[in-house]
Design a protein around this ligand. Structure first.
Ligand SMILES: NC(=O)C1=CN([C@@H]2O[C@H](COP(=O)(O)OP(=O)(O)OC[C@H]3O[C@@H](n4cnc5c(N)ncnc54)[C@H](O)[C@@H]3O)[C@@H](O)[C@H]2O)[C@@H](O)CC1
Ligand SMILES: Nc1ncnc2c1ncn2[C@@H]1O[C@H](COP(=O)(O)OP(=O)(O)O)[C@@H](O)[C@H]1O
Ligand SMILES: [K+]
Length: 498
């Protein structure tokens, strides 16, 4: 279990620890010690400057400063009057250990690293208007390397809202468990690599990261006596004159993720442009005047043969709503992506059982009737609302993609790479998900495994091709990514420190 906490859950963990007999100062002591160890390991030499705030985030800084002062020059610059529990004693001990207290105005020059212990989970409002504002501006212009304690100061714990500058961030050492703000936007950018320090708090919560060990266990295996039908039959419904390639990408991804048989159902006028890959079976079916798929008996018959459907890749904006209504009556699990989601938003009563939706922030906005900016302002809330509104498993794509399923259970993906932000990469994900559904995984598990595997393929693609990686190249990395999953390799965006 690698939980992700809201503010309320962080406070609850804190209270549980205290009521189980751990005194609060012991938690502060443990947080400060872990912070000192982390700084020492990450930046072993040179002067350390701590910027400390009024609350316990500042307290973590004071305790760490005391430990480090035995080894190297340490200065603490309090940006506000300390009010954390036991402040007087902790500060006296730090001074006795040789910590120098900087007086305003003070320069940050000469610091090998600056530790941001100004605000943590107790922050609310605009950081640039708070006492931390001028310090963040100085850190931005000086380019000093920074380690953040718990959260970058100013990042809102539940959402990741942040109005401060981008800094030269080495890492964020977060206490007990990752907070939602670190995987929200733009908090995730401000946080840099996230490192979780074990401070002895209980480790449960409503949400968790997709676990490498879990992913390995759920990878589909090919039975020795398997045949192509037993490995799962995927039918991809999509394509239009402007976007004939999208269903091909989804179909190839389904094959490469282990489906035994993949068929594409596309408008008949694009058949010649789609029937280019020998491993895919392609059917041209009746279309509308502008070349989008339309409802037909042959389409329904082909869809009903599948173990899982992908509905939407390259479908185009003019496909008729009736398409989704007809497909919803076919009792086959399906992935709705791209224009499939837009159609669904127009006919939201057309619920297919075991359908999953894979919107990016823009498509999520269409589902929820809001802008993509509002979706990204509170991604966790958007997923919970979409699950509530649809009763289906929903994936919100992007860095730290979130899978939400019934009962409000949330899983966050920590694999991935910004090179995945390339046209067609979502089509690849939808095909991969359908292959896993076709092989019998329940919707939430199929989505979680697909997003984790897809993210790993992106990471390996980035390593091999950098910014030049395209969605069709991504298919080549399914196999090395599967190997990474089998080895239980850890994504580097979130690591655990103990
Ligand atoms: N939850 C836990 O069990 C533990 C928490 N610890 C640390 O404690 C932190 C939380 O401590 P606190 O609750 O004291 O919160 P903070 O340390 O984040 O500080 C809250 C203080 O900042 C002030 N403040 C908030 N927003 C402001 C604004 N816009 N302008 C000016 N002042 C503002 C508040 O009035 C309050 O005095 C965590 O982030 C973590 O670093 C650890 O020390 C140990 C264990
Ligand atoms: N910055 C990023 N970091 C990690 N993954 C990303 C990032 N940007 C996009 N992705 C992933 O790439 C895929 C893009 O999907 P989508 O937006 O539907 O693209 P398209 O419609 O072009 O296929 C999603 O899986 C998404 O999570
Ligand atoms: K901080």
């Amino acid at each position: 279990m690698r939980p992700i906490w809201t503010l309320e859950e962080a406070r609850q963990a804190d209270q549980e620890a205290v009521s189980s007999g751990v005194p609060y100062p012991a938690l502060l002591a443990q947080a400060g010690l872990q912070l000192a160890r982390f700084i020492q390991a990450r930046v072993p030499e040179g002067a350390v400057m701590f910027l400390t705030g009024p609350g316990s985030n500042g307290g973590d800084g004071w305790v760490a400063a005391r430990h480090l002062a035995r080894r190297r020059p340490v200065t603490v610059i309090p940006i506000a009057e300390p009010r954390f529990p036991g402040a007087g004693d902790w500060i006296a001990a730090a001074k006795a250990a040789g910590v120098v207290v900087g007086q305003n105005p003070v320069s940050l020059n000469g610091a090998a690293v600056v530790v941001d212990a100004m605000y943590g989970t107790g922050f609310h409002g605009s950081v640039m208007e708070s006492p931390a504002g001028p310090w963040l501006a100085a850190l931005e212009s000086g380019g000093h390397p920074v380690i953040h304690v718990d959260l970058p100061s100013g990042v809102e714990t539940n959402t990741g809202q942040y109005d401060g500058p981008e800094l030269n961030t080495l890492a964020t050492l977060t206490m007990g468990a990752v907070k939602w703000g670190l995987v929200g936007y733009p908090g995730a950018e401000a946080a840099g690599p996230i490192v979780v320090a074990d401070i002895g708090l209980p480790g449960h919560g409503q949400a968790s990261f997709i676990d490498p060990e879990w992913a390995k266990r759920h990878l589909p295996r090919v039975p020795r006596l398997g045949h192509k039908y037993s490995r799962g039959h995927v039918v991809v419904i999509g394509g239009s004159r402007a976007m004939p390639g999208a269903p091909v990408l989804a179909g190839m991804a389904a094959l490469k993720a282990g489906a035994g048989l993949v068929e594409l159902v596309v408008p008949e006028s694009v058949l010649g442009r789609v029937a280019v890959v020998p491993s895919l079976i392609v059917h041209g079916v009746p279309e509308t005047a502008d070349g989008s798929l339309q409802v037909s008996d042959v389409l329904s018959r082909l869809a009903a043969r599948a173990d899982a459907l992908v509905i939407g890749p390259g479908l185009g904006p003019t496909a008729p709503t009736a398409l989704i209504e007809v497909l919803a009556k076919i009792p086959v699990p399906a992935v709705l992506d791209a224009d499939g989601i837009r159609l669904y938003a127009q006919a939201p009563k057309a619920f297919g059982a075991n359908w999953v939706l894979t919107p990016h922030a823009g498509e999520m906005g269409v589902l929820l009737g809001m802008t993509s900016a509002r979706v990204n302002a509170d991604r966790r809330r958007a997923v919970l609302d979409a699950v509530h509104a649809t009763g289906r498993t929903v994936l919100l794509k992007g860095m730290f993609s979130i899978v939400g399923s019934e009962g409000g259970r949330l899983m966050v993906n920590s694999s991935g790479s910004p090179v995945l932000a390339t046209a067609g990469s979502g089509d690849v994900l939808s095909g991969m998900t359908a292959a896993l559904l076709a092989q019998g995984l329940p919707p939430d598990q199929a989505l979680a495994l697909a997003v984790y595997w897809h993210g790993w393929a992106g990471q390996i693609g980035e390593r091999e091709q950098g910014l030049s990686m395209t969605a069709d190249n991504l298919l080549d990395y399914f196999s090395p990514a599967r190997h990474a999953l089998e080895q239980e390799e850890e994504p580097t965006s979130v690591t655990y420190w103990d």
